[in-house]
Structure formats: C-alpha cells, structure tokens
Design a protein around this ligand. Structure first.
Ligand SMILES: [Zn+2]
Length: 140
C-alpha cells in the first residue's frame, strides 16, 4: 500500500491509499477517485515534502535513539564512587550500625559475603548489588 496526497480541482487536499502508483493512475484516469469534500473527480497528486526528502536520500540514521549502556554503567559507577563511602568488607557491620542508629545515616558501599547478605535481608536492610570492576591502579 502507498499513500498519496491528493487534491481536487477546487483545492481540497486529502490522502488516498492505493496498491501502487499504477493502481492510482488507473483509478484516476477512470474517474474513480472523488474528492471526499465536494465529490469532484478531477484529482491530481501532490508531492508531499516527505516523499521529496526521501528521494534526495537525506534521511540519516537517528543517533539519539542509541543508548550507550557502557557509558551509562560508567556514569553509575562514578556516581557511587563519589557519593558512597567505601567501607570495604565492613559493609554489613556499617549497614547494621546505620540501621540501628549507632552510626550516621549515609550512603555506603563495600563488599558482603553471601552469609552477610542473609543477615541484611533478615534485618530488612535495603541494599543492591552492582557488578563493580576493580580498577588496576588501586585507587581508594
Ligand atoms: Zn474538492
């Protein structure tokens, strides 16, 4: 199917759907196409700006639709690095301290063993795991 912008002799414009260009030409020559507004049968095809544009091949792939997930993950890691205090293997201990108000409420990051994760879950402490890649140059 193909859509054409059509216009009658009185200047009414409307859209018509046809099987192909040949089908349109045939129906046009037989006077089978009528204006939906005034029933005029003198119909001409109007080239729409869209069809002109695609003929010139100006359509470029839309870059903004692509999401760079690697960059996104990098951004999240940098945010956590800057905004979360690294408590290392004391993560569970610190999380419990914050949970019971012994330590200041703050964002922390660190590592926890599977057993420690169970403790956190039992205490109802919210945490999330993120696959960090350790930097080689031993930052922190
Ligand atoms: Zn008309």
């Amino acid at each position: 199917m193909i859509a054409f912008d059509l216009q009658c002799s009185k200047g009414h414009s409307f859209e018509g759907w046809f099987k192909d260009l040949e089908s349109f030409t045939e129906q046009q020559s037989k006077g089978m196409i009528t204006c939906p507004i005034c029933k005029d049968k003198q119909i001409t095809r109007v080239l729409s700006p869209v069809s002109i544009k695609s003929r010139q091949g100006e359509d470029k792939p839309r870059q903004e639709d692509k999401i760079d997930y690697q960059k996104l993950a990098q951004g999240i890691m940098e945010y956590i690095h800057d905004h979360f205090e690294d408590v290392g293997t004391d993560f569970t201990k610190e999380a419990l301290k914050i949970h019971y108000g012994v330590a200041d409420k703050r964002n922390i990051r660190g590592t926890a063993t599977a057993g420690e994760e169970d403790v956190l879950k039992e205490e109802g402490i919210k945490f999330f795991k993120f696959p960090f890649t350790k930097k080689k140059d031993g930052d922190d």
